[in-house]
Ligand binder design. Sequence first.
Ligand code: 13P
Ligand code: ZN
Length: 269
Amino acid sequence: MQKLIDEIKKTSGDMARRGWAESNGGNISLRLNEERFQAFNGFPPKSGWMKLPMAMPEIAGERFLVTGTGRFLRNIEVAPEKNTGVIEIDQKGEACQLLWGYEPAGAPTSELPAHLLSHCRIKEKTNNQSFAFIHTHPNSVIALTYAVANLETKSLTRLLWQSHAECIVVFPQGVEFLPWMMAGSMDLGKATADAISRRNLAVWQFHGICGCGRNLDEAFGRIDVAEKAAEICLRVMAAGGAKQTLSDVQLRAIAANFKCSLDEAIFDC
Ligand code: 13P
Ligand code: ZN
């Protein structure tokens, strides 16, 4: 359990220090692997069963460490038991109960639909090898959704790939662009999970970004690289626009060199 808490402290602290988590902005969830799951055996539930907004049989019986709604990520380092909690999903995937945390009283993030629905897809697409999902508010990714006209998945992905040579290696399947939807809504949750079934990153217009990974480091790293590319892109725009850029030939060569399986459709735009 201590290792689990140490991991979320590191990730949330890094997010806060990067300026990605103002006030209660951003949230984290980690599906517990077998060993971590066992660590919560015998914990008496701290709540009754609370109905999920829709059935999620793919994650029936699973346990998750999830940040609390209204809690500040920067405070997890000082009080993990207040700002995070461990929830358990029932055997039908229809309800959850609290096993630990959110002291003295609280609830999981309002973005729980996006987290849990994405975990269903992540579990499926990685054959049960990936456990982490992060939503956060990094400045440059958000700014890009205001600054560039007619953004969609292909144009956003291409812009990021061209802005920083690491991107095509770190997210060869691209970044899905989601037009603005209400924070915490089922629509946003469903659209995010759908995006995450295809790609490891999803940008929420005028709001932020979501990323998944095998562990918190991988999810954080993907977001970090996308945010760095967005920052470079904005700096280039502020400096009068790109005078040259990575060509499609160069991008494909990088992907081939690092044996990445590309979403070729991105080059259509
Ligand atoms: P929570 O405080 O409910 O986690 O919400 C923060 C957020 O980023 C909403 O999009
Ligand atoms: Zn948010």
